[in-house]
Design a binder for this molecule. Structure first.
Ligand SMILES: Cc1cc2nc3c(=O)[nH]c(=O)nc-3n(C[C@H](O)[C@H](O)[C@H](O)COP(=O)(O)OP(=O)(O)OC[C@H]3O[C@@H](n4cnc5c(N)ncnc54)[C@H](O)[C@@H]3O)c2cc1C
Length: 419
């Protein structure tokens, strides 16, 4: 699948920090992790740290799937607003999904600091703008739902927005507990750390077939080698069709650009917070540590890469126009622009864990705008499930999640879960 084109910024800037061999013979391990993007790297690190014997395989160079094009905003607020998620699953389960996402942003920051990975992780706040007056009432409902659930949020009315910003919107929610990073460099850093803990990593190794036996799984590579494992973690991002016959999500196209460094950020509020909005499709913005502006969005509901790439010019122009409406005092010169495939789920939540139709296998499918925080949640959950210490409350991220409030005892337990 053509995941990205033509010029995602991070691999151009970061080059190849490390090379890995391809698998040149048969091998065996306890857990095979298929895919060396941010999901596979986080899973490999968490498992290797727990003392598990891990082998990671990737058909491309590591981190050269979707991870290479990620704009890497870290937000606990997911594409499905909390008040709507609560209508679907009940307020307790919905708040649990949000709190677990918040814990993932914090957890990623702690992990980066602990492993000293140079990936420009920075704590940020996140500003969700009402795109127009008609969106204000439902944004207010969302603010109230988050405040009721105990999140650290501020309501910004028009007066507050014009104090220190050029944004034209009527209202916004400022959320504490967000962040940003370079997912490409983080992936390389995590894989290096996993390797120091004994993980074996092979890239440019395509898995072409799987065979399931009662107590193990065999992965066949295009070169005819075989990897035998007790468990398989599928972290193949949007290329999951070969492993999961049921389509869980629709694939879309998305667009991003990054500017040349700018001298200052006049009109950008809250110390260069992350910015996004309620419109669908929406636009989102962040800055980088070397003073660039990163803008993404204006998704299209198809994935055909030829049609997608044809739209790159017009979408880049549209993203620039939108930026000028929001922050007209910042001059913007586009340095790189790219388009990518992107998956959304109906409820904004990922698919993590086992699927009844596929033995010995755990899926780490962090679909949606919060792919990276979901990758972190997936790594923790899958490690715990493989080690036999799973939490029932995490079923909210699984294939069998179902609408409706959980019955009383589980609801009480979910409320009291601490991260
Ligand atoms: C433009 C864009 C902007 C984004 N912005 C954000 C954002 O701001 N915040 C956020 O949280 N998320 C964002 N995302 C989503 C996020 O980037 C993804 O969720 C994340 O990178 C997915 O990582 P992954 O490891 O699951 O998949 P990938 O990075 O695609 O890695 C999967 C790997 O599996 C390998 N593979 C697949 N099949 C096989 C096979 N048969 N054999 C061997 N290897 C195989 C591939 O080569 C690939 O390297 C964005 C995505 C895009 C495209």
């Amino acid at each position: 699948m053509n995941l990205l084109s033509p010029e995602p910024f991070w691999p151009i800037r970061g080059g190849l920090p490390q090379t890995y061999p391809s698998l040149a013979g048969n091998a065996s391990c306890e857990v095979a992790v298929l895919g060396a993007g941010i999901s596979g790297a986080l899973a490999a690190w968490h498992l290797a740290e727990a003392g598990v014997d891990v082998v990671v395989l990737d058909r491309r160079e590591v981190a050269h799937g979707s991870t290479a094009g990620s704009t890497s905003l870290l937000q606990y607020e997911i594409d499905e607003p909390l008040h709507r998620l609560a209508r679907r699953y009940g307020p307790v389960q919905a708040a649990y999904a949000y709190r677990r996402s918040l814990a993932a942003v914090t957890g990623l920051g702690k992990l980066v600091r602990r492993l000293r990975i140079d990936c420009e992780f920075v704590d940020r706040t996140s500003l969700l703008l009402a795109s127009n007056d008609a969106h204000v009432p439902r944004l207010r409902r969302e603010y109230e739902a988050r405040a009721r659930a105990g999140f650290d949020v501020e309501w910004w009315d028009r007066r507050r927005i014009i104090r220190g910003s050029t944004l034209p919107q009527p209202a916004a929610i400022l959320s504490h507990g967000a962040g940003q990073l370079d997912a490409y460099r983080l992936t390389y850093g995590l894989l290096a750390a996993a390797r120091r803990r004994g993980a074996r990593i092979y890239d440019r190794t395509t898995v072409t077939g799987t065979r399931f036996h009662p107590r193990r799984v065999e992965l066949r590579t295009a070169e005819g080698h075989c990897l035998r494992a007790r468990h398989l973690v599928v972290a193949t991002g949007y290329e999951v069709d070969a492993f999961l016959k049921i389509r869980m999500t629709e694939l879309h196209s998305t667009f991003a650009l990054i500017s040349e460094p700018v001298a200052a950020f006049p009109g950008w509020p809250a110390a260069r917070c992350l910015i996004w909005e309620t419109a669908d499709p929406y636009v989102y913005l962040r800055t980088t540590e070397d003073g660039r502006v990163l803008i993404g969005g204006y998704d299209e509901p198809f994935r055909d890469p030829v049609a997608r790439d044809r739209l790159l010019g017009p979408k880049t122009a549209r993203l620039q126009r939108r930026f000028r409406e929001l922050l007209p005092r910042i001059p913007l010169q586009v340095a790189y622009a790219w388009a990518g495939t992107f998956a959304k789920t109906a409820d904004g939540l990922p698919f993590i864990g086992r699927h009844p139709g596929v033995p010995h296998t755990w899926f780490a499918l962090g679909y949606g705008g919060n792919g990276i925080t979901y990758s972190f949640i997936a790594a923790e959950l899958i490690r715990d499930q493989i080690l036999g210490v799973a939490r029932a409350e995490d079923d909210i991220f699984g294939f069998a999640r179902s609408p409706g409030s959980p019955p009383g005892r589980l609801a009480r337990r979910l409320k009291n879960v601490r991260f």
